[in-house]
Design a protein around this ligand. Structure first.
Ligand SMILES: *Cc1c(COP(=O)(O)O)cnc(C)c1O
Length: 440
C-alpha cells in the first residue's frame, strides 16, 4: 500500500520511512518524535533546482522551515545557499561553515546587532524591508568599513490566495516596500554611501498553489523597472530574488509541481534579464518529515464523541492550532488502507472500519487539536499515529508550553537512522532559571 508521500509507505501493514520501519525507530527513541527522510529532502531540492535550471538560480533554503543543523548540512552539501530571518538562524548556518556569499537575510525588524553580525560575516545580501532599515544598514556598514549589499524587498500588492495569516505580499501586510517608495529609494541610492544596491526581492506568502501570483508580481517588477527607473539605475538591478512559497500536497491531491511553476515564471525572469535567487522551504522539507505520536488514552463520551488523546500536542506541531492547517494522520501499524486522498471534512461513514474521531494532545487548551473530525481506524492505547507533511514549520515552531520538553529529531538515510537532535530533558527546561533561585 503506497501513500502519496513518496518516501513514507506501508508494507505489510507497517509504515516505513525509506527502508526503516517507523516502529523500530520509535522503540529506540520513544514518542513523540520527528522523523525525516534524507533522500526525500535531497530529491525535492534537486527537483526544484532542475525545474529552474534554465535560469541557474542560487537556491537559498528557507532556514525557518526546518533549521536543524543536520538537515541544513544535507542541503549545504548538495550546494544550497540559505535564507535567514534572524541572527539566530544566521548563527546556525555560519556554525555549519556555509559560505557567507550564499546567505541572504530577510525580515522587517532586523536589529542593529543582527545587521552588524551579518556585515561582519560578509553575507551575500540583505533583503531590505524599509527605508529606515536601509539607512541603518548604511550607518552600521560605514562604522565597520564594510559595504552593505542589498536587494529591496518589494510589496507588490498581490494576493497569493493563501491563508490570511500566511500571506505576505498584500499592501496591508507588514512586509516589503511599495513600488513608489522603492523608486524613490533607488533614485536616492547614491546618498547611501556604504550600500551596494544589487537587486529586488519578493516573497508573497506560503503555501501558494498557482504560478499566477508569481507571474503577476514579476510582471509588475518588470513594468517598474521599465517605467520608473533611469537606465543607470536599472543596470544596478543585477539580481531578482523570487522568494519561496511553492506548495506541497497536504491531502494527497495533485498540486502544481516546480516545473509547472517554472514554465510560467521563467519567461518573465528572462524578460527581466536578471540573475535569480530563490528561497524555497516548505517544498523541500514539508513532505520529507513525520511527527509520530503515541496514543495515551482513548475516550468516548456517552453522547458518542470519540477522542484519541496522544502524547504530541500543539506545542510540538503548532500549525493546526495556529492556522487551521490540515495534516493527514494514520496509524503507524494498521491493516486499514490509508486513503490516497483525504480532504478536510470528507465523509467516510460508509466504511465500517473507520470511526469519526478528534485526535488531541494533552495541553490545557481547547485549541490543542491536531486532527479534527477524522474518519480513523481503531487504535489502542500504546498505539502509534503518524502525522504526515510535518517536515516544514513543524519542529521549528515547537515550544515548551506546559513545560513540555521538545521532541527528538531523527534522520533516516536508506536503511539506517540517526538522532539529529536529542529529546529535551526536564533539566534542560529549567536551565537558565535555576541559577537565580538562590539569589532571590
Ligand atoms: C518563509 C519565507 C520563505 C519560505 O517560504 P516557503 O513557503 O517555506 O517556501 C522564503 N522567503 C522568505 C522571505 C520567507 O520569509
Amino acid at each position: 500500500m503506497t501513500t502519496s508521500f513518496d518516501f513514507f509507505n506501508y508494507l505489510d501493514n507497517e509504515l516505513y520511512c525509506e527502508d526503516v520501519k517507523v516502529k523500530d525507530i520509535i522503540e529506540k527513541v520513544g514518542t513523540p518524535a520527528y522523523i525525516y527522510s534524507k533522500n526525500s529532502i535531497l530529491e525535492h531540492f534537486i527537483e526544484i533546482r532542475n525545474a529552474f535550471e534554465d535560469v541557474s538560480p542560487l537556491i537559498c533554503f528557507s532556514v525557518k522551515s526546518n533549521s536543524n543543523l543536520s538537515i541544513c548540512k544535507v542541503l549545504a552539501d548538495a550546494g544550497a545557499g540559505f535564507d535567514v530571518v534572524s541572527g539566530g538562524e544566521l548563527f546556525r548556518v555560519l556554525e555549519l561553515g556555509v559560505s557567507p556569499d550564499k546567505i541572504v537575510f530577510a525580515g522587517v525588524g532586523k536589529t542593529s546587532e543582527e545587521i552588524k553580525y551579518a556585515l561582519e560575516n560578509d553575507i551575500f545580501m540583505f533583503n531590505v524591508e524599509s527605508p529606515a532599515e536601509l539607512a541603518n544598514i548604511d550607518r552600521i556598514a560605514g562604522g565597520l568599513n564594510k559595504r552593505g549589499r542589498v536587494a529591496l524587498r518589494i510589496n507588490p500588492d498581490i494576493d497569493a490566495k493563501t491563508h490570511d495569516k500566511t500571506t505576505t505580499g498584500k499592501k496591508e501586510n507588514k512586509f516589503g516596500i511599495d513600488f513608489d517608495s522603492a523608486g524613490q529609494l533607488i533614485k536616492d541610492i547614491d546618498n547611501y554611501k556604504n550600500i551596494d544596491l544589487k537587486g529586488l526581492h519578493v516573497h508573497l506568502g506560503s503555501p501558494i498553489y498557482s504560478p499566477d501570483p508569481y507571474v503577476q508580481s514579476l510582471e509588475k517588477m518588470y513594468k517598474f523597472l521599465q517605467e520608473s527607473l533611469e537606465d543607470n539605475a536599472r543596470k544596478r538591478i543585477e539580481y531578482i530574488n523570487i522568494g519561496g512559497g511553492y506548495c506541497i500536497s497536504y491531502t494527497g491531491e495533485n498540486v502544481k509541481k516546480p516545473h509547472d511553476f517554472a514554465a510560467e515564471i521563467i519567461p518573465v525572469i528572462k524578460k527581466l534579464g536578471c540573475k535569480v535567487i530563490m528561497e524555497p522551504g516548505r517544498f523541500i522539507v514539508g513532505n520529507s518529515g513525520l511527527l509520530v505520536t503515541g496514543v495515551t488514552y482513548v475516550k468516548t463520551a456517552t453522547w458518542g464523541k470519540k477522542f484519541i488523546v496522544c502524547d504530541a500536542a500543539m506545542n510540538d506541531l503548532a500549525r493546526p492550532s495556529l492556522y487551521d492547517a490540515f495534516h493527514r494522520a494514520w496509524p503507524v501499524n494498521t491493516d486499514v488502507m490509508m486513503p490516497e486522498i483525504e480532504l478536510p471534512g470528507a465523509d467516510r461513514s460508509a466504511n465500517d472500519r473507520l470511526e469519526l474521531v478528534d485526535i488531541v494532545g494533552p495541553v490545557c487548551e481547547s485549541s490543542d487539536v491536531l486532527a479534527e473530525k477524522r474518519w480513523f481506524p481503531d487504535v489502542k492505547e500504546g498505539g502509534l499515529i503518524a502525522f504526515f507533511s510535518a517536515g516544514a514549520y513543524g519542529f521549528t515552531m515547537s515550544s515548551t508550553y506546559n513545560t513540555r520538553p521538545r521532541t527528538c529529531e531523527i534522520l533516516v538515510d536508506c536503511d539506517s537512522f540517526s538522532t539529529i537532535r536529542r529529546r529535551e530533558t526536564y533539566e534542560d527546561l529549567i536551565t537558565g532559571e535555576k541559577e537565580f533561585l538562590d539569589a532571590s
